[in-house]
Design a protein around this ligand. Structure first.
Ligand SMILES: [Mg+2]
Ligand SMILES: [Zn+2]
Length: 292
């Protein structure tokens, strides 16, 4: 098995592997979804174990007997098996069980039985309950929508495939790296390299900061310098998830020569560094000897 292949691919049953017949008690009504057989065979050819993780609240509701559930599952196994694992939740929403998707329990159970890490699993399902369960388990979730899938479930899914064979091809390629947030947390130079759309702050401000470049309030000197320059806040500082990053050197304009009207190259950097240096000196000299 290649190093990037998933340790297992788990499938939701109803609406994913077989057509959704609500609370189906009749094996004769089991009908594979388009491409299901081919998708499963593709995984088996790659030696990737396949399994089923399915919510069956019809048991808790008294609409399906355990024997009927077994008969339907056996029919699924006959048509699309063999499966390395079947993990079934017989509970309902109000039961507070740890296994009904979107809870992660079925995926954790399947991974434990297979002796693999949940994060190395992929779950393919037709609704957000499936992909949420995958993510709750640390696994990868791929949505294959049907006409019953809500548009919001499609738009909020991190990975969507038009059909099962395409979902399996997706599962057989490495997990995509998450896109960077549109605006990161405050680009403190001690822990981050800065805004993705800007050069790293260290490229502007020179050598890495010493620890005492942060004052007791934890603020970075470039923020102080920007405040001293009395710069209005840019609209895009109202950033990611309500976080307002400190203004930094990249945002401070060059000093414009009043005679020529032209920006003075490097003046911004000098202004920031001079102000940061002045503040450090003033801060150090203000500290009591006990804090030296
Ligand atoms: Mg389903
Ligand atoms: Zn359960």
């Amino acid at each position: 098995m290649g190093v990037d292949l998933p340790a297992a691919v788990l499938f939701d049953r109803d609406g994913t592997l077989v057509k959704d017949v609500p609370y189906n008690t009749d094996p004769a009504r089991v009908e594979p979804m388009p491409g299901a057989r081919a998708a499963l065979d593709r995984l088996r050819a790659a030696s990737v174990p396949v399994g089923v993780v399915t919510n069956q609240s019809g048991i808790a509701k008294g609409l399906i007997t355990p024997a009927q559930l077994d008969a339907v599952n056996r029919r699924v196994e006959d048509l699309l098996g063999p499966f390395a694992i079947w993990a079934v939740c017989p509970h309902d929403d109000g039961d507070g069980c740890p296994c009904r998707k979107p809870a992660p329990g079925l995926i954790l159970r399947a991974a434990a039985v297979l002796g693999i890490a949940p994060r190395d699993c992929v779950l393919i399902g037709d609704i957000a309950r499936d992909t949420r369960a995958a993510h709750a388990a640390g696994a990868r979730g791929i949505l294959v929508p049907t006409p019953e899938t809500l548009p919001a479930e499609v738009t909020s899914a991190t990975e969507v495939a038009a059909d099962l064979p395409l979902a399996v091809e997706m599962a057989l390629t490495p997990r995509p790296t998450p896109a960077p947030p549109t605006c990161p947390p405050c680009p403190d130079r001690k822990t981050a390299t800065g805004h993705p759309s800007r050069p790293p702050m260290t490229a502007t401000l020179g050598p890495p900061p010493s620890p005492d470049e942060h004052d007791l309030a934890g603020r970075h000197p470039c923020a102080d310098a920007a405040a001293v320059l009395d710069r209005p806040r840019f609209p895009d500082e109202q950033g990611f998830a309500g976080h307002s990053p400190s203004p930094c050197a990249e945002d401070i304009p060059d000093v414009v020569d009043p005679v020529t009207g032209r920006a003075e190259p490097g003046s911004r950097r000098r202004a920031v560094r001079a102000e940061a240096s002045r503040r450090r000196t003033a801060f150090r000299s203000s500290r009591s000897p006990g804090h030296a």
